[in-house]
Design a protein around this ligand. Structure first.
Ligand code: ADP
Ligand code: MG
Length: 729
C-alpha cells in the first residue's frame, strides 16, 4: 500500500519545471485575442449589426432574429479564422462549476457535402437537455426542458477550438436555474436604485454599475501525491493527516520568492487568462505552505464573475500540464489557513465616479457618505441574508478558523470614518438646522481626504472591511461562484437605496431642504446600524460574546444559516426587487440543503473507506510486527530482562489496538447515523441531521487516524503525509 506513496514521492523529486513560451513578451500585444470584444465586433460585423449589439450591451436589450443572424455571420467568420470547430452555450448551473455542451459548426450542405454553419437562432438560444441539473424541485423530469439565452453583456470567447457563448439558464416555464439570471436582475435593480440616488447630487448620472475584483486563493499539490490521496481526489480536501512539525508558524512562505516550478505554472495560466481578456494583475505566495493568491484588475460584476469562473477553469486545466492539481477548496488541510475569495466591491457611475471614494468637495463627500452609510445599513438589515449567501459545507471548515473571518457579519470602517459618522450623529439635529450648524457640518465632511486609501487602517480580521475606496467582503469561499454573494449584496443595497430615496423624498415634500433631509436620514441609519459596526479583532472570543449581546447572530450551522434565505426580511429583499420569485427562491435553498447533505455524505463514505480499508489494515500490520518483536525478545531474554524490554512495545500494542477499535466502532456508528438520516425526506431536516449527527464523526474518526500516523512505522504508512503534500514540489 505504501508503494503508491513512495513512488509518488520519487516522481515529484524528479520533476522539472515545464518551460513556458508566452506568445509575445508584452501582454498588450495579445490580451483578449480569444475574445469577441467590441473592437473585433467593429471589424467583423456590418455597421448596422455592430450598432445593434453595442446598443443591446449598453441598454441590456435583446436582439431580434434578423439582428442575431447578422451578428452570427460576423461571429462565425471570426471564430473560423481562429480555428474554432464547435460552439457552446456556456452557463453557470447551481453546481460548483460551469456547464457546456458542444455542437460542431458542421452541417450537411445541399449537395451532400459538409459545410460550416452558424445561425442567429443558435447564437441567442439553445435547449440543452437539462434534466440532470439541480433545480430544487422546480422542474419535474417530465418537463425537464430548460433553455439557455445569450447574455449579450458578457463577450463571447474561444477556449481551445470551441466558441463559448455566455448564457443564462432558465426552465421552460421561465424560472432561473442558474446564478447568472438572478445576478443580472440584482445588478439591474442596483443600477436603477443607485442612479436615482445619484441624481440628488449629479444630474449627469444615468447609469451605475457595481464593480468587483476578487482575490483568489488556492493551494497546489503535485499530481502524483494528489492521486495517492483518495480524499483529495473525491472530496477535494484531506480528511486525515497529522499536522506537519513545521507548517506556517514562521510565516516564511508569505510573500516569499515563488518557487520555479510554481512560477512556471503561474506564468502559463496568466498567459491563457490574458488571451481570454482576464486582467490578472497580482500574484504572491500566501501564508500557508503551497498556498498562493492571484487577483485581477476589477471589472463590472457580471463580467468579473464570468472571468473568475473561467479563470478557475483555466487554472485547473493548465495545472494538469504542469503535473499539479490546484485546490480551490476552502479548507484542504486542517490546522493551517484556508482559502477565501475576497470580493472587493464598489459602485461606479457612467461619469466615471467611484461612489465609495470620497471626492474633492463637500457635495461629492455627501454623496460618498450617502452610499457608504446605505451599504452599512444594508449589511445591518440583511445581515442573515448576506451570511447565507456565502455559507456552504466547504466554507464551514474555514470560517472562524485560522486567519478567516467568523460567521458574524460586521463592518469595519477605520477610525477616521468612524469619527465622521459619530460627528454626523452628534451634529445633525432633528429640527431644522441653523445656517451656522450646516456650515460646520459641511466643513467637517469637506475635510474627508480624497485619498482615504492611504489614511485607512486596515483590519484583516473583518468580514466586511472598508478599504479606502471599496468594501472587501472576505467571507466568500475560494471555491464559490461569487454570484451568490453578489446577488445578496447588490440586492440588499438596491433594496436599501430605494427605501432611502423614499424617506428623503418624504422629508423634502415636508419642506426640508435636500441636504438636510439626506443628513437626517443618514443620521437615523447610523443609529440603527450600530450593532454591525465593529473595529476590533474579529477573531477574538470577546467579539463573539459582544456580538451576542448586540443581537448580531453568528449562526455557524450551515443549514440554519441557509434557512435565512427564506426568512421574512430576505424574502422581502429578494422578491420585492424582482430578483427571485417565491418558487425560485425556495428551489434554490432546496438545492443548497441537498448540496450540503451530499457533500457530508461523500466525505463520510470516503473517510469510512480509507479508515477501514487503508488505515486499520496498516495499523494491524504494524501491531503484528510489534507482537513478533515481543515474541523474539521473549526467546532471547530471561524473564526479568524481558519484562523490562517488552514493556514499551506492549504499551504501544495496546495503544494501537485501542485506536483501531475506536476507528471501527466510530465508523460503524457513522454508518448507522447515515442510515437514520437517509430516510428523512424533508431536505432541511435531513441537512440538520447530517450536520448534527453525521458530520461530527469525521473529526472523531480522524482524531484516531492522526494518532496512529504518529505511531506507525513511516515505511508502511499508505497516504502522503501533510509534510509531503505541503512541502514537496
Ligand atoms: P489586498 O491588499 O487587499 O490583498 P489586492 O491587490 O490583492 O489587495 O486586491 C485588491 C483587489 O481590489 C483587486 O482585484 C482590485 O482590482 C480590486 N479593486 C480596487 N478598486 C476597486 C473598486 N473600486 N471596485 C472593486 N474592486 C476594486
Ligand atoms: Mg491580496
Amino acid at each position: 500500500m505504501a508503494e503508491l506513496r513512495f513512488s509518488a514521492l520519487r516522481e515529484v523529486f524528479n520533476r522539472e519545471p515545464v518551460t513556458v513560451r508566452t506568445p509575445e513578451k508584452n501582454v498588450s500585444k495579445y490580451f483578449g485575442i480569444n475574445v469577441f470584444d467590441l473592437h473585433k465586433m467593429e471589424h467583423y460585423l456590418s455597421a448596422e449589426a455592430f450598432r445593434v449589439v453595442k446598443q443591446a450591451i449598453e441598454l441590456g436589450k435583446s436582439l431580434t432574429r434578423e439582428e442575431a443572424n447578422q451578428v452570427a455571420i460576423g461571429l462565425k467568420a471570426w471564430a473560423l479564422e481562429r480555428g474554432a470547430t464547435h460552439y457552446t452555450h456556456w452557463f453557470h448551473p447551481l453546481t460548483e462549476g460551469t456547464a457546456e455542451k458542444h455542437d460542431g459548426f458542421i452541417e450537411m450542405g445541399e449537395r451532400g457535402h459538409i459545410v460550416e454553419n452558424f445561425s442567429g437562432e443558435v447564437l441567442v438560444q439553445s435547449e440543452p437537455d437539462a434534466s440532470s441539473f439541480p433545480s430544487g424541485g422546480i422542474r419535474n423530469t417530465f418537463e425537464a426542458r430548460g433553455y439557455t439565452a445569450w447574455d449579450v453583456s458578457s463577450p463571447v470567447f474561444i477556449v481551445g477550438a470551441t466558441l463559448c457563448i455566455p448564457t443564462i439558464f432558465v426552465s421552460y416555464t421561465g424560472e432561473a436555474l442558474d446564478y447568472k439570471a438572478p445576478l443580472l436582475k440584482a445588478l439591474s435593480a442596483l443600477d436603477k436604485a443607485a442612479t436615482a440616488v445619484c441624481r440628488y447630487f449629479d444630474r449627469d448620472v444615468t447609469k451605475v454599475i457595481a464593480t468587483l475584483g476578487c482575490e483568489q486563493e488556492y493551494f497546489l499539490v503535485d499530481e502524483a501525491l494528489y492521486y495517492a490521496r483518495p480524499d483529495l481526489v473525491l472530496a477535494d480536501r484531506t480528511l486525515m493527516g497529522h499536522q506537519s512539525a513545521k507548517d506556517q508558524q514562521l510565516s516564511d512562505h508569505y510573500f516569499g520568492s515563488i518557487p520555479e516550478r510554481i512560477m512556471s505554472f503561474i506564468e502559463d495560466f496568466e498567459c491563457e487568462a490574458y488571451k481570454l481578456g482576464i486582467p490578472i494583475k497580482t500574484r504572491h505566495n500566501e501564508v500557508a505552505p503551497n498556498q498562493f493568491e492571484c487577483a485581477p484588475i476589477y471589472e463590472e460584476v457580471n463580467l468579473a464573475v464570468d472571468h473568475n469562473q473561467l479563470l478557475m477553469d483555466v487554472m485547473k486545466r493548465i495545472a494538469r500540464k504542469h503535473k499539479f492539481r490546484v485546490l480551490f477548496h476552502e479548507k484542504p488541510f486542517a490546522g493551517i489557513n484556508g482559502s477565501g475569495k475576497h470580493n472587493n466591491w464598489s459602485m461606479q457611475t457612467n461619469t466615471g465616479k467611484n461612489l465609495l471614494s470620497p471626492g474633492k468637495n463637500p457635495k461629492s463627500n455627501l454623496q460618498f457618505l450617502t452610499f457608504l452609510i446605505n451599504v452599512i445599513k444594508s449589511v445591518n438589515d440583511s445581515n442573515d441574508l448576506i451570511r447565507a449567501s456565502v455559507m456552504s459545507e466547504n466554507n464551514s471548515y474555514r470560517l472562524g478558523g485560522h486567519e478567516a473571518p467568523p460567521t458574524i457579519i460586521s463592518v469595519f470602517l477605520g477610525s477616521y470614518l468612524t469619527g465622521m459618522l459619530d460627528d454626523i450623529v452628534n451634529k445633525v439635529t432633528d429640527r431644522k438646522m441653523t445656517p451656522a450648524q450646516k456650515t460646520e457640518l459641511k466643513l467637517g465632511i469637506g475635510k474627508i481626504p480624497e485619498i482615504l486609501l492611504d489614511n485607512t487602517d486596515r483590519n484583516r480580521t473583518s468580514p466586511f472591511a472598508f478599504s479606502g475606496n471599496r468594501f472587501e467582503f472576505r467571507t466568500v469561499g475560494s471555491s464559490a461562484n461569487c454570484s451568490a454573494a453578489m446577488i445578496a449584496l447588490n440586492a440588499a443595497v438596491a433594496y436599501q437605496l430605494v427605501r432611502f430615496k423614499k424617506e428623503v423624498d418624504l422629508l423634502i415634500r415636508k419642506g426640508r431642504n435636500k441636504d438636510e433631509a439626506i443628513f437626517q436620514i443618514l443620521k437615523k441609519y447610523i443609529q440603527e446600524s450600530q450593532r454591525v459596526l465593529f473595529e476590533g479583532d474579529n477573531y477574538s472570543r470577546d467579539w463573539h460574546d459582544e456580538a451576542a449581546r448586540r443581537g448580531l447572530s453568528g449562526i455557524a450551522s450551515v443549514p440554519d444559516s441557509l434557512k435565512a434565505y427564506l426568512a421574512g426580511n430576505s424574502r422581502e429583499v429578494l422578491i420585492s426587487t424582482g430578483i427571485f420569485s417565491e418558487k425560485e427562491l425556495e428551489g434554490r435553498v432546496e438545492v443548497e440543503f441537498e448540496k450540503f447533505t451530499k457533500k457530508v455524505q461523500i466525505e463520510a463514505r470516503v473517510l469510512g473507506d480509507l479508515a477501514i480499508n487503508h488505515i486499520v489494515p496498516t495499523g494491524i500490520r504494524y501491531m503484528t510486527s510489534l507482537i513478533e518483536n515481543v515474541r523474539g525478545l521473549k526467546e532471547i531474554f530471561d524473564e526479568a530482562e524481558f519484562s523490562k524490554l517488552a514493556a514499551e512495545s506492549k504499551d504501544l500494542i495496546i495503544r494501537i489496538s485501542d485506536h483501531i477499535s475506536a476507528i471501527k466502532k466510530l465508523e460503524n456508528e457513522m454508518v448507522e447515523a447515515r442510515k437514520k438520516a437517509n430516510i428523512i425526506t424533508d431536505s432541511y431536516i435531513k441537512a440538520i441531521e447530517y450536520e448534527n449527527n453525521v458530520k461530527p464523526f469525521l473529526d472523531k474518526i480522524r482524531y484516531h487516524i492522526d494518532k496512529l500516523e504518529l505511531i506507525v512505522d513511516n515505511e508502511i504508512w499508505p497516504l502522503p503525509k501533510y509534510r509531503e503534500l505541503l512541502f514537496t514540489r
